[in-house]
Design a protein around this ligand. Structure first.
Ligand code: SF4
Length: 331
């Protein structure tokens, strides 16, 4: 069992989380007055304990980023609930909302989305403290502490420097330090090293893993990269078209994937598989259209194992023991 599953009070607990977006209407939709929707996230449950690192794995367009934004209250759900430290986040206002914003931080994929190119590094790092009304006298200590946590030199070494004058690896550590100055309990890292050269990825991931373990942070890593979740996540959830299709302890899930989609993702990685008990499964085509309310299994158009039942019945996410869950009629 994972920490969050055994904990009565996970730090983050989402239930029935759903986000629908209005999709462009076709001519016939306009005549009939029908408004189609994209189901970006469709009724997922998710729990993350203090100190736990959870991976959310899947291809682009599967709803991973929307899930992260919902958990941080950067977008509002269409249905479902999210509790943070036992409090429903949709009720947060005023000081309670500011306190939540400090405790739950986003680590951006692209440093330039997070860092104003016209701000010096010093200003970039102090900005979250200013925005959340943290006492000015403590800014310098908090910034120096965060820089040390991400293994960057003291602020004096960045004096007068702007983001474009730093390397990609340094910039990503600055992005992480900027999240850490507020001393959060929870971070959502959205493809945190995908913009970096392979040569510097390991260094940044090491720092993230070390920081999370030392500070006991809960973390959600959003990624399409199996190597990343294998390296930093104790638990992994696999997402396809807004649904969790498989979840479990990362090592077990990647060693013996149960869902055809997870098997296809694992087989797409050109490394020797430890477990040869599953035949490789090819993944067919691209992510299907997320519009409308699809009947049956959402993966069926790409699934080489699909049977007639898959078009009729949506497979529930069922317990397989030892912390594993899978949504497939045949798994
Ligand atoms: Fe494939 Fe059917 Fe399982 Fe869906 S339920 S993953 S279509 S076998």
């Amino acid at each position: 069992m994972t920490a969050a599953q055994t904990s009565a009070h996970p730090l983050v607990a989402a239930s029935g989380l759903t986000k629908r977006f209005a999709a462009p209407r076709s001519l016939s939709d306009m005549f009939s007055g029908h408004q189609p929707h994209v189901h970006a996230v469709d009724g997922i449950d998710l729990r993350i304990a203090r100190g736990e690192s959870v991976g959310l794995l899947g291809e682009s367009g599967c709803g991973k980023t929307t899930t992260g934004r919902l958990l941080l209250k950067l977008t509002e759900p269409s249905a479902g609930s999210i509790a943070f430290d036992g409090v429903a986040i949709d009720t947060l206002k005023g000081n309670a909302l500011t306190a939540f914003r400090k405790r739950a931080q986003l680590v951006f994929q692209n440093p330039f989305d997070a860092l104003n190119p016209r701000f010096t590094i010093e200003r970039v790092l102090a900005e979250p403290l200013v925005n959340t009304g943290v006492e000015r006298a403590s800014h310098s200590d908090k910034v120096e502490k965060a820089l040390a946590q991400v293994r960057l030199p003291p602020l004096s070494r960045f004096e007068g420097l702007f983001p474009h004058q730093l390397s990609g690896g340094q910039l990503q550590r600055i992005v992480l330090a900027r999240a850490l100055v507020l001393e959060p309990d929870f971070i959502v890292a959205d493809e945190p090293v995908s913009m970096l050269d392979v040569s510097v990825r390991a260094g940044v991931l090491n720092v993230m893993r070390e920081v999370r373990a030392t500070l006991g942070l809960a973390a959600l890593y959003i990624s399409h990269d199996l190597a990343l979740v294998r390296y930093v996540c104790s638990t992994t959830l696999v997402m396809y078209l807004g649904k969790i299709v498989e979840q479990g302890p990362t090592a077990d899930l990647l060693k013996t994937p149960l869902h055809p989609y997870t098997r296809a993702l694992v087989n797409a990685v050109p490394v020797p598989r430890v477990d040869q008990s599953h035949e490789p499964l090819p993944i067919i085509g691209n992510v299907s259209d997320a519009r409308g309310q699809p009947r049956g299994c959402r993966f069926r158009e790409r699934c080489p194992m699909a049977v007639a039942r898959c078009a009729e019945e949506e497979p529930p996410l069922r317990d397989c023991g030892q912390g594993r869950r899978v949504a497939c009629h045949l798994a």
